[in-house]
Write a protein that binds this ligand. Structure first.
Ligand SMILES: [Zn+2]
Length: 93
């Protein structure tokens, strides 16, 4: 009897599934909304407005002073190597 290779492909863990299918971006967006509910405010100069979103790294750059920051900088998630999906799962338990 022939085996269907799709049936025996390696599966994804819940964490891998959530990371690969866009949930991470939703958590980043939620964290941004919690951190800057009135819109982005530069932690260096206090200038508001829409920041530049760097394409190569998950950083926001102030249009006024060019300071680069991330949504996790200055939060409990700052030094983590884990994706936010892991932390949000841990916080929801
Ligand atoms: Zn600034």
């Amino acid at each position: 009897m022939a085996q269907n290779p799709i049936q025996f492909q390696k599966g994804l863990s819940l964490q891998e599934f959530m990371t690969h299918y866009g949930r991470e971006a939703l958590y980043v967006e939620a964290l941004e909304q919690w951190r800057w509910p009135q819109g982005f405010v530069c932690p260096s100069c206090g200038h508001g407005g829409v920041p530049v979103r760097l394409r190569t790294r998950a950083l926001l750059q102030c249009r006024h002073c060019h300071h680069q920051t991330s949504v996790t900088a200055g939060t409990i998630f700052e030094a983590t190597k884990l994706p936010l999906t892991t932390w949000f799962l841990a916080c929801s338990c």
